[in-house]
Design a protein around this ligand. Structure first.
Ligand code: ITT
Length: 193
């Protein structure tokens, strides 16, 4: 039987990506453990928010759990939207609202350098561990592709002609921020077992 791991997220896209990587585990989301709470992510940085989500599950459900927080950091915008990536265009905004706002903020700006950064917090048997994954790239001038989610249609990773939204989930996972952070998590779990 596969070992069960709780991934503290309500985001179906993130859950699908992680399940695609952690195939040897039964990865369950917040809904699967009966948690409908919208956990308030009011940390100052990605690490704090990942910790808030993982601790919420461990404290309320007494389960081992991991959570990730991800931000898109744009060099010309001093690292914005960063920790505010989910609500860049305002509370309750859509992925597309965020993309439109970012394209407008980048209009006429030559330096398109950006990176996605993911921090994972893992609560395992009373101890806490952190893993980070980064992918460098650039913000495109316009949306490209229909796959992925969030800012994927306007992010092109270095060394590739396609945006993340033009890649399969497998291709994206191999090089992405979340893929890299999860790889570190997998290596950690393997060494331990
Ligand atoms: P949970 O907190 O429930 O896990 P979330 O959607 O709030 O889900 P994050 O806080 O980690 O997820 O991510 C913040 C935002 O960053 C997210 O809403 C997307 O707009 C964007 N984002 C995260 N991962 C992404 C990815 O792989 N590709 C494109 N955009 C991403």
């Amino acid at each position: 039987m596969k070992e069960k791991l709780v991934f503290a997220t309500h985001n179906k896209n993130k859950l699908a990506e992680i399940r695609n990587i952690l195939k040897n585990y039964e990865v369950v989301g917040l809904r699967d453990i009966g948690c409908e709470t919208d956990i308030v992510e009011d940390g100052d940085n990605l690490q704090d928010n990942a910790k808030i989500k993982a601790d919420f599950v461990t404290n309320n459900y007494h389960l081992n759990c991991f959570a990730d927080d991800t931000g898109l950091e744009v060099e010309a915008l001093d690292g914005a939207p960063g920790v505010y990536s989910a609500r860049y265009a305002g509370e309750g905004c859509s992925y597309h609202d965020n993309v439109v706002k970012l394209l407008a903020a980048m209009k006429g700006i030559k330096n398109r350098k950006a990176r996605f950064r993911t921090v994972i917090a893992l609560n395992l048997n009373g101890k806490q561990y952190f893993f980070e994954g980064i992918v460098n790239g650039r913000i495109l001038e316009e949306e490209q592709g229909n796959g992925g989610f969030g800012y994927d249609p306007i992010f092109q990773p270095d060394g590739y002609e396609e945006s993340f939204a033009e890649m399969s989930m497998e291709e994206k996972n191999k090089i992405s921020h979340r893929g890299r952070a999860v790889q570190k998590l997998v290596e950690f779990l393997q060494v331990r077992s």
